[in-house]
Ligand binder design. Sequence first.
Ligand code: ADP
Length: 223
Amino acid sequence: MSATSQPARRLTIGLTGGIGSGKSRVADLLAEWGASVIDTDVIAHRLTAPGGAAMAAIEQAFGPRARRADGALDRDWMREQVFADPSARARLEAILHPLIGQHAEQDAAAATGCYVVFVVPLLIESGRWVQRVDRVCVIDCDPDTQIARVQSRSGLTISTIQRIMAAQVARATRLAAAHDVILNDGATLPDELRARAKTLHEQWCVLAASTLTSAPASMPRGA
Ligand code: ADP
């Protein structure tokens, strides 16, 4: 394929943060303003829905108990397996991660937005995603606020939320890997979050315009 027939290279942002930090909310705003948002959690749900592309392999690896009567993954049961046994987590990830990667790339190839946002909860934990994106954006939040938000959103118990948080990297580790940070702690009002996201969106649009016409442009960390 000649250089001129290569598809346009789009700026890619990896959006991450702990559970309840506000990833979905920020992703919704970026989509509203014209970014192409690809949420790996949404892809994972699609893959594990009734008839989903991952279900046959999951049932083969974990047995019929992994599948609910309607054919979808039994998420509560699976959560208990992966918490109790690191090898079960590794088996599940070995099935899901390559499929999520393939589907995310398909979606990215079809993207028409001014830039692409991959929403990846465990982006920092996965070297592959860190390599794949041009910039890592962290939604930063204090742990107490994360717990309060997730409790009111999902009804999960505090101990389950704490177990999920313990399996994610520490706040400082996430921040150290960030090119961009959006603070969304307990003191952040929705309008403040919107304004912070908008500032970065505008910077990324400028960067995206230069990325489309030249080699990947760089913007300093925390610019
Ligand atoms: P994540 O996708 O990172 O798990 P969400 O975007 O779903 O987090 O946010 C968790 C919950 O907290 C949602 O119900 C969301 O509407 C709410 N939320 C997020 N940020 C704020 C904020 N600044 N003020 C009030 N509620 C918020």
